[in-house]
Design a protein around this ligand. Sequence first.
Ligand SMILES: Nc1ncnc2c1ncn2[C@@H]1O[C@H](COP(=O)(O)OP(=O)(O)O)[C@@H](O)[C@H]1O
Ligand SMILES: [Mg+2]
Length: 274
Amino acid sequence: MGNEYSLSENDIISMMISPDLSPIGAGGYGKVYTHPAHHNLAIKKSKDEGLCKDWSNEYNIQKEIASYNDLPVGFFSKHSIIVVNPHAFVMVNNTCFLVMDRVCPLGSSSSKEISNIQGKSVHALLGSPSHFMDNKDRGIFLGRKQLNAYLNNLTKIIKELGSFMAYVHYKLGYDANDIEVIIGKDCLKNEINLYILDFGMVGNFTVNGAVSSLSDMEYFPYPVDERMKTSLKMSDEDAEENNKLYDIFKKEYLLTAEKYGKLKEGTMVISEFE
Ligand SMILES: Nc1ncnc2c1ncn2[C@@H]1O[C@H](COP(=O)(O)OP(=O)(O)O)[C@@H](O)[C@H]1O
Ligand SMILES: [Mg+2]
């Protein structure tokens, strides 16, 4: 996104007490706000004072992972996946604030089922054939069927996701635990992308941590065998598509792991995951 950032500590304080401040999301550790004067920024405010040490760590990890945005895209003509760029970590009276680019809401959709998503964060569950869940604070969770209207090259996106996860695991050495995949708009351009955010639980790479990052919330494709198909009551068609997308994801994940000299680790993660 590369938005200009020019907020001082005083600007942040006046924003946080302004009546125009609006909440745009919440999680286990903080609440996220925006303000009309800086509609392209999001400010994550910590819930407890004790969190500031962890949050400065989160800021540094996010900054490092956002280096992904500057990678040459190779055969991707352009990134479809963008890591939300952090701008500042600020502590005011023991409360800490993480200022970052905001992911702006998707516009309206012609689909009835998702016509009420306006203004909410939309989590992209690319591993799930069909999903609709509205969580008051965390936003809306949609599966592929519901996201269909917004995604125009699923194969390319899945490839890039595989490559991104391997970049975090094997180039940067983090586990990518508990990250979120959100679909939304660049606030300054009318352009839909997938965004990666929430680095609060990310730690150093371990095989278990990496396996857990791939199992997180059906954000990523996963293989479906006969038993799983029955227990999930998945149609043959959906199971087939899951497996097709998972193969694309896995191939790219392993190719990228190999590129960073970590094919052995990559293969271990994949076999544990399966
Ligand atoms: N930069 C952002 N732009 C838009 N929405 C955001 C942004 N950051 C977070 N959110 C929304 O706020 C929610 C909570 O933020 P998150 O970083 O996940 O907090 P926590 O660490 O408490 O889980 C997210 O799930 C998302 O819906
Ligand atoms: Mg979260």
